[in-house]
Every structure is written in structure tokens, then in C-alpha cells.
Design a protein around this ligand. Sequence first.
Ligand SMILES: NC(=O)c1ccc[n+]([C@@H]2O[C@H](COP(=O)([O-])OP(=O)(O)OC[C@H]3O[C@@H](n4cnc5c(N)ncnc54)[C@H](O)[C@@H]3O)[C@@H](O)[C@H]2O)c1
Length: 367
Amino acid sequence: MGEPVNVGVVGCGAISAQYFRTIERLPQVRLAAVADLDLDRAREAVRPYPGTDVLGVAELMADPRIDVLLNLTVPAAHAEIALQAIAAGKDVYCEKPLAANVADAARVLRAAGEAGVRVGCAPDTVLGTGTQTARMAIDHGLIGRPVAATATMLTPGHERWHPNPDFYYAPGGGPLLDMGPYYVTCLVTLLGPVASVVGASGRTRPKRTIGSGPRQGEEVPVSVDTHVTGVLVHASGALSTLVMSFDGVATRSPNIEVHGEKGSLAVPDPNHFDGAVLASVLGEEGWRELPVSAGYVEAGRGVGLADFASAHSGAEPRAGGSLAFHVLDVMESLLDAARSGTAVTLASTCERPLPVALRPLAGELDR
Ligand SMILES: NC(=O)c1ccc[n+]([C@@H]2O[C@H](COP(=O)([O-])OP(=O)(O)OC[C@H]3O[C@@H](n4cnc5c(N)ncnc54)[C@H](O)[C@@H]3O)[C@@H](O)[C@H]2O)c1
């Protein structure tokens, strides 16, 4: 294993601590510097990591020691920060979604191509044992030819716990763009790219009330649909039915089920790395839990960054830009389909990312 790749982080909000903890466990990457519009927040975030520089955004972009820019800003700033990093000649790994819209994401991928730098993107939860064990079962034919899937995410909304939930209700947010990346990335990992979509969507109320933190009680405006449903027609012919909502209270529907001609799989929450995969196979009684057979064990947010940082040059990383672009295109097309009431054919596609063999997180990555 060579020298660790130096990571510079822009955006030190709620999710950054999870990345910092994972980076500390991974020999492929090193936390070198952080930046934020709010420098006090950046200083506080790296207090447990002495030796990490706290810089202004422009200073971090210009720092020649930084190999990869980890973009943990809010979705509306993803493209702008990515473009700055690309202009500085750095690889970029972005939190999801790749950008607030497909046009911005296309600008990012085009600029990266022209500059000869690479783009990677969350979610990397699908590299954990949950999704990867389900994928192995499908690829080994346990359920026969997959014909359909369901994906359900329903909560009353993140404003109950997030101290600054504004971005969840602004363009680039909403239940589909916020949580859809986990579900759609998982569905593409399991069933391949999507060819077309149909959808319907709605929103319940024009404002949301912050439930915690210093702004508790403050209202934030809602400018996106907060209940989105639709069907993704995969290029394979499989049909995935999606429900993504910040408008309900609770659901007992499984996060994801995949149905094949010979059996069905219950796939764990794609917002987590692990969880039990259950199978019910024709000719057997009931459901049985499959042994964990693939994926990074006890992984955390950042494993996709390490996979990205150590991918051979020219090889598409698993949490790669073309997958993230396709996933964003699926989601935006679904919202377009919901608005227009007609089916939308996808302009983009992608390869299914490579599977991950079963291995501990802190060892050699699966190359
Ligand atoms: N919070 C979660 O549980 C969670 C989970 C998974 C993924 N994510 C994703 O992570 C990203 C960040 O989410 P968060 O919850 O940490 O948000 P946050 O609002 O808590 O933090 C975002 C940080 O980015 C900074 N920032 C925004 N624009 C900037 C700019 N132009 N330049 C420099 N800094 C800038 C803000 O000052 C803030 O500190 C989002 O894309 C979100 O979808 C969040």
C-alpha cells in the first residue's frame, strides 16, 4: 500500500464527524485540512484530530498538498465547490446528490473530463454488507430472474432533528433528492440502470417547523414536493416501485424488496451499511436470513472515498461520478414525469458498479 491520499474537506456540518471517524480508520486516506464558510464550525469539527489544518475555502483549494477534495457542503453548493476543486486540478468526492440538478452535474462531469481529474460521489452505504450480500444472492441466481422491486422511505421530515434543515426543503432537497440517492443507487446496484420512469408527487404544507437546536420553533419554507411516488423501468425490464416521503408518520413496509421468478429478497436499509438480508424461495417455508457474504464489514461513511482514492487511474470507482449522475437523472426524470403526467425516457445510463468481496474495512480494499 502506498502513501495515503491527502483529503481536504469543504463543509464541516452534521455529517462531517462520520467521515472523520472513518478516515481515521482507513490507511488509504489522511485528513489533511478542512474549510467551511463558518471557520469556528470547522475548528470545532476537527478538535479531536490535532494536526488537521483549518483553512479558508480558496486557501484549501489552492493547497498543493491536497489530492482529493471531499465536498460535504449542502446540495445547492455541491456543483460550485466541485467546479472550484476541478479548476484547481483536484479529484473531487461529493456527498449526495452529485449536484442540485442534472444540468449542474453535467457541468461538473464535463469540467472534470476536460481537466483530467476524477469525480466520485456518495452514497457508499451500498458497499457495505447489506446491499452487497443481496447483490451476491441475486447474481448467484437465488431468486431467479429479478422482475420487480419496491423501495419505501417515509418519515415526518428531518426538521425534527436537524438544527439547520432548510436545505431539505429547497431545490436539491425533498425526500427524493435527499433519501432517493440511497434507494436508487441500491436499486441500480441490484438491478442495473434505469431506462424510463413514470411518477406522481405532492406536498402537504408550505412551511416546516424546526424541532431542535438554537433555531427550534423557527419556520422554513418548503419549495419542493414532499411525497414522491413512481415506477422505475430498468433496462433489464425489471420494475421498481418507489415511495419517498417526508409527509407520513411511520411505515412497516420493508425498505427494499426484490422479487424474482424463483424467490424474493428483503434488503436492509440502504442508508446503512449492514443489516439482515432475508430470502423466501419457492419450495421453502417462510423467510430465512442469508449469511453475510459480501461487502465491507463494519464500514462507515468514507469507505467510498477510500475506494475512489485508491482506484487505478482510468478505472471507474464504485461510488463513481457516472453512477451518481445516472441516479440524479433518474430522480430528476421522476419529478419531471410527476409534473408532466407522462413517462420520461432517461438520456443517461451507467454500468453496474463492481461488486465488493467480503472483507474488513481496515484492510486492503477490494480492487
Ligand atoms: N446530516 C446527515 O445526516 C447527512 C447524512 C448523509 C448525507 N448528508 C449529506 O451531506 C451534505 C451535508 O449535510 P449536513 O447535514 O452536514 O449539512 P449541514 O448544513 O449541517 O453542513 C453543511 C456545511 O457546509 C458549509 N457550507 C455550505 N456552503 C458552503 C460553501 N459554499 N463553502 C464552504 N462551506 C459551505 C456550511 O457552513 C455547513 O457547515 C449534504 O449533501 C447532505 O445531503 C447528510
